[in-house]
Design a protein around this ligand. Structure first.
Ligand code: NAD
Length: 373
């Protein structure tokens, strides 16, 4: 099978969907890999490293010519794909709700578009889960970006000139990104607290040495796994949570928000009135900025100041760590192909559980139930 790796063309995208390590492993599986010249440059991977791993380097048209599978970080422009084999797979984060026209173009071209961000959160798919691998790095980077603009230090310091107090950091939403944000803020020496709607996160917060801050009088979400995902909360819960945030946030120096609800806009967790109660010089990093933001006033890719508080949101936080984000993303794609590689077929064959979850188009049509509804 021929695998094509294109240079990412979206503004601000620095990542690449294959690494020299995954090229080597794909070649060992029996695939041939063609990479567009310069595809890895922003992730610090020179073309020669791909060549040494067994890839062929070419321009976009050469790379896609005769390809069975096209890898991307984001979905490639349909007009780049003219030379691929009929029914070729597009494997990328396809963002189908925002990019409907592009998905329709894939369908019209007879391509099979596979949205890697729809990978089910099941144990056997963990190694293929791009949301987890990228969120983890995003949680780390959010803390560093907030620390960078914060005019004070994170750790307590006892110096000859006097003592500096530790920064108070509050993490809202304790999924993959939030857990890494807690761990990172702790490593920097901050005093960390955290909250979530899922009761199961309380133990995880404690185990990282942080303080859980939870709504006590209204039930949150119990259970883990498929039953344990966040949903939109009742009005009663939202009111109790708003009161809790109001009483806690005024004493925080740094707030990192990460709260998402699968398939929905991000929940609003911090209002402008609450920001006004924070000390001047405090910093908020809103990791939900690309999904509409958890914080009133967040503007993606801008640093805004409200009531003396700096609010930061990136539209693509993993792209701020291009080398590691690419390395992990590339492994997710390799693990996906390797898990389904069928020696007799000489290529990957999907099963129904994962195939139905991620396949958007096939045989000239959109086939995913969430896009047909
Ligand atoms: P996410 O990115 O969808 O959301 C981030 C966090 O925000 C979640 O913990 C969520 O509960 C929380 N949240 C939502 N609304 C909130 C609100 N109003 N207030 C406060 N917090 C709110 O979550 P995620 O990082 O994808 O992880 C969710 C769960 O999935 C975790 O239990 C994680 O361990 C699990 N998971 C499983 C797999 C797998 O088995 N393959 C992979 C990744 C994650």
């Amino acid at each position: 099978r021929r695998i094509a790796v294109l240079k990412e063309r979206a503004a601000g995208e620095t990542r690449v969907s294959a690494s020299p390590e995954t090229v080597r492993k794909l070649v060992a599986l029996g695939a041939s890999v063609a990479i567009e010249a310069g595809a890895g440059v922003r992730a610090s991977i020179p073309d020669d490293d791909y060549r040494a791993a067994g890839a062929v380097i070419g321009d976009a048209a050469e790379v896609v010519a005769g390809a069975d599978i096209v890898f991307g970080v984001q979905g490639p422009e349909p007009d780049l794909l003219a030379g691929v084999k009929p029914g070729a797979w597009i494997v990328a984060a396809l963002d189908p709700f925002a990019r409907r026209a592009r998905i329709e173009a894939y369908a019209a071209a007879g391509l099979e578009a596979l949205a890697m961000e729809f990978m089910p959160r099941i144990t056997r798919a963990q190694t293929m889960d791009i949301l987890s691998s990228q969120s983890n790095l995003a949680g780390y980077k959010a803390v560093l970006a907030a620390a960078d603009v914060y005019g004070r230090a994170f750790p307590m310091m006892m110096t000859a000139a006097g003592t500096i107090a530790a920064a108070r950091v509050f993490i809202m939403g304790v999924g993959v990104a939030g857990l890494q944000a807690i761990a990172t803020a702790r490593r920097l020496g901050a005093q960390v607290s955290a909250t979530d709607v899922r009761a199961a996160t309380k133990e995880q917060i404690l185990s990282l040495g942080a303080k859980p801050i939870f709504v006590e009088n209204v039930a949150g979400i119990e259970g883990e796994g498929t039953g344990g995902y966040a949903t939109e909360m009742s009005e009663e819960y939202q009111k109790a949570q708003a009161d809790l945030v109001s009483s806690h946030i005024a004493r925080q120096d740094i707030v990192i928000t990460t709260a998402l609800i699968p398939g929905r806009a991000a929940p609003r967790l911090i209002t402008d009135a609450q920001i006004a109660t924070m000390k001047p010089g405090s910093v908020i990093f809103d990791l939900a900025a690309p999904q509409g933001g958890n914080v009133e006033g967040t503007v993606a890719d801008q640093v805004v100041e409200k009531h003396g508080v700096t609010i930061i949101g990136f539209s693509n936080t993993p792209a701020h760590l291009p080398a590691d984000a690419s390395a992990l993303y590339a492994r997710n794609l390799f693990n996906f192909l390797a898990a389904f590689w069928d020696k007799d077929a000489g290529g990957p064959v999907l099963d129904a559980e994962i195939g139905d979850a991620i396949r958007l188009t096939r045989d000239g049509r959109i086939v995913h139930e969430r896009l047909l509804a």
